[in-house]
Design a protein around this ligand. Sequence first.
Ligand code: ZN
Length: 423
Amino acid sequence: MLSTAVVANFLSIAAVQPAPTHRVVLDHARIVDGSGAAAIEDGRIVIERDRIARVGRFGEINAPADAETVDLAGRTVIPGLIDLHFHIENDPKLALRQLSHGVTAFRDPGQWDEKFVELRRMIAADHMPGPRIFTTGPHIDGENPAYPADSVVARDAEEARRHAEALVQRGASALKIYFRLPFASAKAVIGVCEAHRIPCTAHLELLDARELIAAGLHGIEHVTSFGISLVPPIEAEAYRQAVLKNNDARRDGRYALFSRANLDGPEAQVLYAILRERKPFLDPTLAVFERHSDIKKSNGAPDLAAGFVKMKQFTRRAALAGARVVVGGHSVVPFAERGQAPWRELELLVESGFSPMEAISAATSTAAAFLYRSDQLGSLRAGFNADLVVVRGQPDRDVTAIRTVERVMVAGQWIDTAKYRAY
Ligand SMILES: [Zn+2]
């Protein structure tokens, strides 16, 4: 056993050692700072320890003499990507593979804390500062939950409120409402979020987005959450009853709903008015719904590709109305290789009508705002966390250049991208 004297001695030595100040200077990079502002063409970023110290034009920023200097001529630097819809499931390595692709922070929108133990162990074992993990605890759902293993079930508003309080006490940085929760219970969860100043997000689908947003909901997961808000009430109710009877009825049903939706109709106009007024976050997760017409259709099945085209159109319309669109990759999606779902989501936003710069902001500064971390994440600004990605191309001009990630930094530390690309 270590004596008290030895411990005291060790502490005093540690106290007199000057802490090593880790400084990195990135020179001659194009800088896209995440705010939507035009790139700085020949820039310099100075990083001290885990923070960005200075950002600006190359000739206007002083560099400390003892820094590690990296010449990034021909490269673009953007803030670390934030994936707001990442399901860890039983695959912690996927989070590290995504990190090697530039995803320096993620939120899992519905999972027990136990599922993150192995990932946190791997991060600690490799002495890494990230990826930054934001959790919500399990979904708060109603009876006959859509995903029983990932949910807590609330049978009334009081039980929903108590679940919500318990999840916040256990460290949830947001809460997620699931679609079988009745309206009064959903309102109780929103109330808990507001009391604790954390965002409340939801997979609606059976709950009316217009009512929930008016009641104070901060964010919406999945563009499909808006399906019943875009068709006449008689059709919306038929869909609700079909899904209440069988959760799986939504798989094709949501494509059918969207392919019939009138984006200029009276229902849509009511929705746009509420989006304009409340400006909620929208995490459309388009990549998980992506369908192409070359997928063979069985007789009588809805045209999934047509429904998906309408989902993209609606995402753009919602943003024009005032929704703050963010990026959620959804882990495993049909048209992206392992770990590349967030890249695909960025490309789909551009296919939907967003500029490449708007797509980058969705994955960085707007995503940070949805985490309620606008003062520390999602932008390349002095005082912010030094989370950044170096790419060979110019993703603010051609979004597919996001696939040319060369280096990734979290909290001032370079990540061993070669190692995690094999995960
Ligand atoms: Zn999901």
